[in-house]
Design a protein. Structure first.
Length: 138
């Protein structure tokens, strides 16, 4: 008789995502996303990571852009995570410097993640788009 372990639940997927993201392990982060993930980050046109993404290459470029555009995080705090079924909402705060302008932004954010079968099926970021946009304005 063969036994297969159940797929990780939503909370475990979210915790794994942040552990891998925090460690800077982009290949491991990308493994968590389903092939047909719905991925969107709202924001102003001058914010390079704002917009809808499709496919692993596009999502990889999204995460890689942080290291190319921003100084290391001065602060990155997860305040709370609420999970109900396949939905998780993560509320936090971060502070980064923009390399091109030398400006810093302080950003309260909410991230809505959906997960099924151990994979991220939805990723929607809500952040202080005004503060981020201002930091990218020379």
């Amino acid at each position: 008789m063969t036994s297969t372990a159940p797929a990780p639940g939503t909370r475990e997927v979210v915790e794994t995502f942040f552990a891998r993201f925090g460690a800077g392990d982009l290949p491991a982060v990308l493994e968590l996303f389903s092939d047909d993930v719905a991925f969107h980050v709202g924001g102003a046109p001058n914010v390079p990571w704002a917009g809808t993404r499709a496919g692993r290459e596009d999502i990889a470029a999204f995460f890689a852009s942080f290291g190319q555009l921003l100084s290391p995080a001065e602060e990155y705090v997860i305040r709370t995570t609420v999970v109900e079924g396949e939905n998780a909402v993560v509320i936090g705060h971060n502070r980064f410097g923009v390399l091109a302008t030398g400006k810093t932004f302080s950003n309260h954010f909410a991230l809505h993640i959906t997960a099924a079968a151990g994979r991220i099926t939805g990723y929607r970021m809500y952040e202080d788009s005004h503060a981020v946009s201002e930091a990218f304005t020379a």
